[in-house]
Ligand binder design. Structure first.
Ligand SMILES: CC(C)(COP(=O)(O)OP(=O)(O)OC[C@H]1O[C@@H](n2cnc3c(N)ncnc32)[C@H](O)[C@@H]1OP(=O)(O)O)[C@@H](O)C(=O)NCCC(=O)NCCS
Length: 249
């Protein structure tokens, strides 16, 4: 299937009905009015994927405390809905939406406290399971009778652990991909080599004038009064400095 490059557009109060329409066609469950009031509270987390200016998919997520958390710290991003209209599937649209979300939580300071990205998937939703596993999610739990009106009613809990040790500031290591392709040069190693070379050069004794001895043919040090400069040597210079006393500066 060809890859369809999509662009993103925020879900807002004005276009939220479009999201309702789309979700009705994508998901077997109906989301209530409260969902559509809350979904664009953080517009970064509610986005349409547009292909040729037409919405072909959408994602909605929220920040929350993990279930059973005793501290109530909001360290989890919960994906409520992520779906693509049937004719546009297997063209990388969901991948681009998920990459948008994962990139956001890794690079946007607003989400720096987040540790995981979590969602529920109906146990028979093989395409979603394959999709999320392909993107580094793992099944971390199950819930029975999660969907009251669906058969099967059970769901898997899928979790993605956000790697906070990975470089996220554009300074990627050689061999890693950045937005433009694969980084071919290890800049850090390159800099260390240059520094070592520079030090080597600075540590070398100053060059000595050499001249070929016409009789022996050997190279010998060459000393000539003509090569001497008339600069004062350092000690003499230091001794000559007078510090004025009693002058106001
Ligand atoms: C799951 C879903 C979002 C995937 O969307 P998509 O745009 O088709 O996904 P992508 O094209 O980005 O797929 C990326 C990869 O995921 C895997 N994948 C996606 N759909 C798959 C399927 N039906 N069967 C097997 N693997 C699948 C494949 O590895 C695929 O790569 P490939 O096409 O190069 O083989 C889409 O099927 C959908 O909207 N389903 C209904 C809503 C839903 O269940 N959402 C998940 C719960 S929030």
């Amino acid at each position: 299937m060809p890859r369809l490059d999509v662009i993103f557009a925020e879900v807002t109060e004005k276009n939220v009905e479009q999201l309702r329409l789309m979700n009705t066609r994508i998901f077997p469950v109906r989301y209530n009015d409260q969902f559509y009031k809350d979904v664009y509270k953080n517009i970064k987390l509610a986005q349409f994927a547009l292909y040729n200016d037409t919405p072909v998919g959408a994602v909605g997520a929220r920040v929350e405390a993990p279930e059973g958390s005793t501290t109530g710290e909001q360290t989890q991003l919960y994906i409520m809905t992520l779906g693509v209209l049937e004719p546009y599937r297997r063209c990388g649209v969901a991948t681009q939406m998920l990459e948008y979300i994962l990139d956001l939580v890794k690079t946007d300071a607003e989400f720096k406290e987040l540790l995981t990205v979590v969602l529920h998937v109906q146990t028979n939703n093989d395409s979603a399971l394959a999709f999320y596993k392909q993107h580094g999610f793992e099944i971390t739990g199950h819930k029975e009778n999660y969907y009251q009106k669906l058969e099967p009613s059970d769901c898997h809990i899928l979790t993605y652990v956000i790697d906070r040790t990975a470089p996220d500031d554009g300074e990627r290591k050689a061999g890693e991909a950045n937005g433009y392709g694969t980084v071919a040069v290890d800049l850090a190693a390159e800099q260390a080599t240059l520094k070592a070379l520079r030090k080597q050069q600075m540590d070398r004794p100053p060059p000595v004038a050499m001249k070929k001895n016409p009789e022996t043919g050997e190279m010998e040090e060459f000393h000539s009064d003509a090569l001497k400069d008339d600069l004062p040597d350092e000690e003499a210079e230091e001794a000559a400095i007078e510090i004025p006393v009693g002058d106001d500066y």
